[in-house]
Design a protein around this ligand. Sequence first.
Ligand SMILES: Cc1cc2nc3c(=O)[nH]c(=O)nc-3n(C[C@H](O)[C@H](O)[C@H](O)COP(=O)(O)OP(=O)(O)OC[C@H]3O[C@@H](n4cnc5c(N)ncnc54)[C@H](O)[C@@H]3O)c2cc1C
Length: 303
Amino acid sequence: MLRKTMLALADNDFVTRTVTSNRISRDLAFRFVAGETFDESLASSKDLLNAGMMLTLDLLGENLSEPHLAEQAATEYCTMLDRIAETGANSTISVKLTMLGLDISDEFAHDLMIRVLDRARIHNNFVRIDMEGSAYTQRTLDIFYALRETYGDTVGIVLQSYLYRNDRDVEQAIERGAKVRLVKGAYAEPETHAYPKKVDVDAAFRRQMERLMDDGNYPAIATQDDAIIDVARGYAMRMGIDKSRFEFQMMYGIRENIQYQLVEAGYNMRVYVPFGEMWYPYFMRRMGERPANLMFALKNFVR
Ligand SMILES: Cc1cc2nc3c(=O)[nH]c(=O)nc-3n(C[C@H](O)[C@H](O)[C@H](O)COP(=O)(O)OP(=O)(O)OC[C@H]3O[C@@H](n4cnc5c(N)ncnc54)[C@H](O)[C@@H]3O)c2cc1C
């Protein structure tokens, strides 16, 4: 309910203008967003890197349907890969196909991905394709598997446990050796496509996480849910799965204490670091995930 409301507000022009121009909401957003530029985001992540964590940098933005803007986004992704190489930061990048013109056509986004992946290959880096709303799932998977034929493990995908289809998608990824980041899913989905109840989403996540830990290609377990993180640790221990065979991923600015604990305990820990000027939809998704965040925001607003 909260998530649906926040996502609807994210599409409302008046609310968008009010929130993005207000200093308090901007300050709050920058607890979850590492800065507006690449350099700011690296500076904000310095302590994480020094503690031995890895990053995946995410240039914020989505749904670019003007060809020149999507091309500009591809150039910016390439520049990010160059700057990561120059600075030596231990970081990959995450991209969204709707930033690369998926709303224009599959072919358009596919061709821009080739540009980004060629650059990643030069730098021996890795590009993860984030997963967006269910209207894009199959198209995103088709483009990913086509790119994987040429680029192999330079490219990875995200699968969302809240979708009914996800057990099948996980099995396909295992069969084809794809590198998967498993998440619960962040978009407002209808009951025809996704489990409406959190308890079912959590059960699916656990089931699929165990499948990927057993037979997947270096899966990324991406969650802020400490109960699930404990299940993953316990499962790895019981099944004799070495810590080097998977990684945990968490978001910048959320439950940092757990991020430090995991890296101190010897787990591979990667932080998803969003940056850029188009922070509003990302911020609204994070608000919709946790009532306490929203209450904090509202209290500051009223004050
Ligand atoms: C690294 C990473 C990459 C992601 N990539 C994608 C993607 O490509 N596509 C996609 O659809 N989704 C993505 N997500 C988001 C994901 O789908 C969930 O919406 C999000 O992670 C919240 O679910 P959860 O697993 O943390 O558990 P939840 O069940 O939502 O939360 C469990 C507990 O974690 C804490 N928590 C969760 N969220 C917050 C928050 N915002 N602030 C403070 N505490 C919080 C709370 O204590 C909560 O009780 C990504 C998440 C991560 C961590």
